[in-house]
Design a protein around this ligand. Structure first.
Ligand SMILES: Cc1ncc(COP(=O)(O)O)c(CN[C@H](C(=O)O)[C@H](C)O)c1O
Length: 347
């Protein structure tokens, strides 16, 4: 029997569990544009409760959730402060410009961790001939910085500063459950100061499709209208929300194992001088390392693929592994053996 490759390209590859498939098959449904899908309504109510918010909106993707948030917080011609490698800047088709008419004010930060010291100078001066800041957008955990985690106290300073500056703050919390698990806090505590939070059900939490936006009742009412504008008004989406409910209730518990698997892979990489890795940045389920001597990441990823290990090149010399529920410890140990031999081979 042909062995399945160990798929470490992303946690977006997770497939629904049997329990999710059963729940999907028997889901109670209705037309969600009319607000009549009981399973979507239950998921939205539950997500709002878990995050300690008034309301939540089920959206098809994390990208749509982020772009709806940017749209509802900003005016045409404003700036969005975000970290220089953030998803909303690099991977969402310039939609902050195309859909919201905003430009990014990108701020580079060590390990992707924006602090108030980084943000304050980036806020548009209150003079009529300077574009004004409309939104501060954080990402926790930070994907392309290596799944790094911003602690609560750092974000609290940003929430306080943003309040004084009368600026809204949005969290791209695609992997906020990973961050909360790493910090040992609840997602409600980790996100309490944000005006809106987007989180993904479809990544480490294992749902086949879907993300959520949580916030005030008013914000989510506006978000629902912007979702419709984007063509995201769904009909019997309870089939998907049924899986989302299981993802939300049962899957945060599996993230600890994903983090342990990531640490094991990172430890393997760290043994070789052909790779450079910031082990302190490996706090969740993402491992990013650089091939020294300008090693060709795409070629390296190609060699791993030929040996049954799938990874991503996140730059000319950078390789990313993302652990998740569909790769076991044994899978990761097998992958680590292949990675060790390939790194050894680079000398
Ligand atoms: C921080 C963050 N916010 C938003 C999203 C978008 O989620 P989807 O639009 O794919 O549901 C992602 C997806 N990340 C994907 C991946 O990591 O493989 C790719 C890069 O889009 C993300 O990492």
């Amino acid at each position: 029997q042909i062995r399945q490759p160990v798929d470490l390209r992303s946690d977006t590859v997770t497939k629904p569990t049997d329990a999710m498939r059963e729940a999907m098959a028997s889901a109670e449904v209705g037309d969600d544009v009319y607000g009549e899908d009981p399973t979507v309504n239950r998921l939205e109510a539950r997500a709002a409760e878990v995050f300690g918010r008034e309301a939540a909106l089920f959206v098809p993707t994390g990208s749509m959730g982020n772009q709806i948030a940017i749209r509802l917080h900003t005016q045409h011609g404003q700036e969005v402060i975000c970290e220089a490698r953030s998803h909303v800047l690099d991977w969402e088709m310039a939609m902050m410009a195309a859909f919201s008419g905003c430009q990014a004010r990108a701020v580079a930060a060590e390990r992707g961790i924006l602090t108030w010291e980084h943000i304050k100078p980036a806020i548009g001066a209150k003079i009529y001939y300077r574009a004004q800041t409309g939104l501060i957008c954080l990402e926790n955990s930070h994907n392309m910085a290596g799944g790094t985690v911003t602690p609560v106290e750092v974000m609290r300073e940003i929430w306080d500063g943003a309040k004084d500056a009368r600026l809204p703050v949005h969290l791209d919390g695609a992997r906020v459950f990973n961050a909360a698990t790493a910090l040992g806090v609840s997602v409600a505590e980790l996100t309490e100061g944000f005006d809106t939070v987007m989180f993904c059900l479809s990544k480490g939490l294992g749902a086949p499709v879907g993300s959520m936006l949580v916030g005030s009742g008013e914000a989510i009412e506006q978000a629902r209208m912007h979702r419709k504008a984007l063509g995201g008004g769904m009909r019997q989406a309870g089939v998907l929300a049924a899986a989302g409910l299981i993802a939300l209730e049962e899957m945060p518990a599996v993230l600890t194992a994903d983090h342990a698997n990531a640490r094991m892979l990172a430890g393997t990489v760290a043994r070789f001088k052909s790779a450079e890795i910031d082990l302190g940045a490996v706090q969740t389920n993402i491992v990013i390392f650089t091939l020294v001597g300008n090693g060709d990441a795409a070629a390296f990823v190609g060699r791993l693929k030929a040996r049954g290990v799938l990874a991503s090149a996140t730059g000319p010399h950078a390789v990313r592994f993302v652990t998740h529920h569909d790769v076991t410890l044994r899978d990761c140990e097998r992958a680590a053996g292949v990675v060790a031999e390939e790194l050894e081979g680079l000398g």
